[in-house]
Design a protein around this ligand. Sequence first.
Ligand code: CA
Length: 270
Amino acid sequence: MTYDRPNRRLAIPGQLATIRFMSPHRAAEGVDILVIEDDPTIGRNLHAGLLASGYHAHWSRTGESGLTQARLAAPDVVLLDLGLPDTDGVEVARALRGEHPNLLIIILTARADDIDIVVGLDAGADDYLVKPVTLTVLLARLRAQLRRQPAVPAGSDPIRLGDLVLDVAARRCLLAGREVDLRPKEFDLLTALARRPDTAVTREDLMAEVWDENWFGSTKTLDVTMAALRRRLADESAGSTPLETPTISTLRGHGYRLETPPDGKSTMLS
Ligand code: CA
């Protein structure tokens, strides 16, 4: 079922088989989802589709009512449209992230431009989907995101690379003892590289590890997140005291490699 073609049937045999295999109802148990979407057809289909898949779902039609609902109900996930009648969805994402640090925010947007994706992710969204999107794909991405939430087993030791300390269990990134405020996907991407310093990691492996093991779409989201991660690390490193910071090299046609700082002691403590 696509949102722009609401009358199309959801159930085709292949999709049903996949859904049964992924056991969506178990994944959906106790998960509260807030849909912030003004389009009546998309909103209604999304709300009904989530309920039918076993999620608790609430539908708000404006940015303001969505923010109010999020304060009242503390949802686990927000599916957020960017083109809202009262507030820009990017502002809603920023406000949600500020008030609910652990909330999973997935942007649903008709805007496919790089800049919109960058702004959305920078505002605190964890992922985005470009409309029109099928309910099947949306549910798959949702499950992938939910599986990622407790991605790292508690108790693993921090990774130290020069002045950079990545405490994966606590989800903290410290540079010379100072907290670096990374968005969830930036943190995951840095972790994926820092787990194997000075080793080439392919784009495919990063996509699979950070986003979804069954990723088959565009890898633009990787470029966008990588650019944001580099920018944040560069901003934090730009100070009066020179820091021993790892750098991320681009390997054309292959992927990336995290280089340990020249004199930095590279220790994998885990
Ligand atoms: Ca809209």
